[in-house]
Every structure is written in structure tokens, then in C-alpha cells.
Design a protein around this ligand. Sequence first.
Ligand SMILES: NC(=O)c1ccc[n+]([C@@H]2O[C@H](COP(=O)([O-])OP(=O)(O)OC[C@H]3O[C@@H](n4cnc5c(N)ncnc54)[C@H](OP(=O)(O)O)[C@@H]3O)[C@@H](O)[C@H]2O)c1
Length: 249
Amino acid sequence: MSKTILITGASSGLGEEMARQFAARGHDLALCARRTDRLEKVRAEILAARPYARVEIRALDVNDHDQVFEVFKAFAADLGSLDRVVINAGLGKGAPLGTGRFDANRDTAMTNFVAALAQTEAALEIFRAQDSGHLVMISSMSAMRGMPKTVTTYAATKAGVAHLAEGVRADLMGTPIKVSVIYPGYIRSEMNEKVKDAPFIVSTEKGVAAIVEAIEKEKPRAHVPSWPWVPVGYALKHLPLRLARRLMG
Ligand SMILES: NC(=O)c1ccc[n+]([C@@H]2O[C@H](COP(=O)([O-])OP(=O)(O)OC[C@H]3O[C@@H](n4cnc5c(N)ncnc54)[C@H](OP(=O)(O)O)[C@@H]3O)[C@@H](O)[C@H]2O)c1
């Protein structure tokens, strides 16, 4: 059945490809990000393939929290309701702690955690009023353990959002509101375009196909693609830290 799906961070990478793949499945979309020229391009591409699709776009900086609530409400009004919200906007900046780059680590913490909290609040206000909806949190395999070097803050934010979403799931269990946490492994996108040897990296299309499949099944938790990330996730959780720290490259 066709759904209305809001995706944040839809101007590149995973968000942009999710928009394409959800549209190909017949869903209507609400797409937001700061780069609206990129959103216009995605919309034009989708409408060229499916002229009757509904694709709304709005500018949103997720660190402007008032704007998060305004834009989510406006999308709900545009589309009549929101069946699913994918909290995807994210930042991969970072440096080892104590090396003078609090600015980079703070930007990542604010965008990936505090702004995700704002998006979760805004989505759930709408879902509670509708008494329905599917909240999807894009976490990361790096959430499995504390991570070294430039990824320390990023991994902590991704563990934080996964717990946030699981807490919401615990709170709303037995209601029509569903929650999924997606843990992607390395998938090619702008975020890692300069990283040459990310382990097990897959193309954007392949990685996002696995994400979309898991989301459509409304899985509470999904490591994607499942091979090799289900076993790698298990290893990350259980290996001694001196070995786990090497697994994510
Ligand atoms: N690629 C991977 O291997 C991987 C693995 C695990 C998890 N993830 C997660 O997947 C999500 C998408 O990342 P990606 O890999 O697709 O990276 P990407 O290509 O860099 O895309 C990031 C998206 O987030 C948006 N964004 C960043 N800051 C924002 C802000 N302040 N306000 C609004 N939008 C903002 C960007 O849009 P604008 O710049 O236009 O605003 C862009 O659309 C992230 O949460 C990331 O942590 C990615």
C-alpha cells in the first residue's frame, strides 16, 4: 500500500537513494535538507519516471530545532498525514578527543544526536495525534562499541540515537506506532567518498536496497546489508576492545 514518507537528509547519499527506491515502490515523499537545489533534482528525476508521484520538498537545517517542528508539521499538512519518518540527516566529522577539535566533535554531536532528538519529538507529536506511524532511525554499525580515533564521537551519537529509538519502542509497544533502528555498515556516499579502504563497503544502490527492504518489513532492528554485518556486529559486541577497535578500520 502506498505510504507517505518523510526523509531528512534527502539531498545526497543514503537519503537521496532511499527517496528513489521508496518512490519506485509507489510511495509519496516529503524530502528535506539544506541543499534544496539537490532536492529539486531528485524530485525531477522521480517525477520523470512516475509523473503521478507526490514529492514535496522543503529546506531544513536540522540544527534549527524550531524549524524541524515547523517543517514536519507543514509536510503532514501537505500530504494529509505522515505514515513514516526516516531520521537520516547526519554528519561524519570528528577528531580524537583532546586534540583541539571540540568544534568538529560538537557539530557531529549536535547534528547526529540533539537534532535527531528534535526530529524524533516532532515525528512523535504527529504520530501520537494520528495514533499511527513508523519511526525509522538511521544509526550505524559503529554504534556497537566505543570506537577509536576520528569516529569516537560519531559512534557515541549513533549508539545514543539507537537507544533513544529503542526507548521510544519500549514506550509505545502495543500501540499502532512502530519503531525501527537501522544499523548500516559502510555504504558509498558523500560522507565516505574520500575513504579508500572502508571494510566491506558496498555501492549506494545495493546498501540502500537492503535498508529499504528492512524498513518496509518494519523490522525493530536491522544490520544492513545483513552479510557481513550481522556476524561483524556480533563480533564487535563480544570481542575484547583491543580486537574490536580494529574491525571497523
Ligand atoms: N554511508 C555510510 O557508510 C553510513 C553508514 C552508517 C550510517 N550512515 C548514516 O546514514 C545517514 C546518511 O549519511 P550518508 O552516508 O548518506 O552521508 P551524506 O551523503 O553526507 O548525506 C548526509 C545528508 O545529511 C544531510 N545533513 C547533514 N547535516 C544537516 C543539517 N544540519 N540539516 C539538514 N540536513 C543535514 C545532508 O544534507 P544537506 O547538506 O543538503 O543539508 C545530506 O543529505 C547519516 O545519518 C549517517 O550517519 C551512513
